[in-house]
Design a protein around this ligand. Structure first.
Ligand SMILES: Nc1ncnc2c1ncn2[C@@H]1O[C@H](COP(=O)(O)OS(=O)(=O)O)[C@@H](OP(=O)(O)O)[C@H]1O
Length: 243
């Protein structure tokens, strides 16, 4: 979005504080003192948009009330992907940091014999999008929330970013022309990085190879998520095509 020249990111230190503030709107620490979310936001001039990115907000129970208290006009953008793939991606990320964790299959079930899924495992819990959205809708109307399809972000990045630009009231200046498909990476990349003439792909931690998961376990997870996905499609008025 920096291509627009009207967007502004938080400074790293502020972003760090805000990230940690998910545990308390009045984040307190001996070093930083006590801040409200607004105090940490950089000043925004007319024509600028301040953006803050913290994936865990969507699943943090206290976040909607706190963000609404800061500004009820805040626009919210959430990237969602098939919750089964999301759970495997989440596991892959943890595995890359802690190679000794138990298998995906054993973490998925509370009881493998009965097929009871462990919904307290965060990799599973996060994908119950309808439940998290319910919490946000207590504070924000649906038209202030944009759900971006993680799948379409890969198959048609310009189209999906078109929706983001429309939602933010920006001119559609990011188009197909900005992207190319990088065969080595297996993902779309930018033809030119910001402030450079060189192509730019996302880093090694984005687009990792996932481990093979037992197809029966994948099927059980598909069955588990189906009703929640249906509810989510109904709430958002958008079929994400995960079933
Ligand atoms: N263009 C492009 N290049 C690389 N990766 C892409 C791209 N578009 C979407 N993706 C998908 O983004 C997934 C990683 O994003 P995350 O949600 O984990 O990012 S974040 O750290 O939470 O910000 C990552 O998930 P994994 O495939 O599981 O690694 C990708 O599938």
């Amino acid at each position: 979005m920096l291509a627009h020249g009207v967007t502004k990111s938080l400074q790293p230190v502020s972003a760090l504080c805000i990230k940690r503030m998910t545990n308390g709107i009045q984040y307190e620490s001996g070093v930083f003192g006590s801040y409200s979310l607004m105090d940490l936001m950089p000043k925004t001039l007319e024509g600028q948009i301040t953006m803050e990115k913290t994936p865990s907000y969507f699943v943090t129970r206290e976040a909607p009330a706190r963000i609404s208290a800061m500004s009820r006009e805040t626009k919210l953008i959430v990237v969602v992907r098939d919750p089964v793939t999301r759970a495997i991606s989440d596991y892959t990320q943890t595995l890359s940091k802690k190679p000794d964790i138990p298998s995906f299959e054993s973490l998925t079930f509370k009881n493998r014999t009965t097929g009871l899924i462990d919904t307290s495992w965060s990799a599973i819990q996060i994908g119950i999008y309808a439940k998290h959205l319910d919490n946000w809708l207590q504070y924000f109307p649906m038209d202030q929330i944009l759900f971006v399809s993680g799948e379409r972000l890969i198959s048609d990045p310009a189209g999906e970013l078109g929706r983001v630009q429309d939602f933010l009231g920006l001119k559609r200046i990011i188009t197909d022309k900005h992207f190319y498909f990088n065969q080595t990476k297996g993902f779309p990349c930018l033809k030119k990085a910001e402030g450079s003439s060189k192509p730019h792909c996302l880093g090694k931690t984005k687009g990792r190879t996932h481990p093979n998961i037992n197809p029966e376990v994948v099927q059980r997870l598909r069955d588990f998520y189906r009703p929640f996905n249906m509810k989510f499609y109904q709430m958002t008025g958008h079929n994400f095509g995960w079933d």
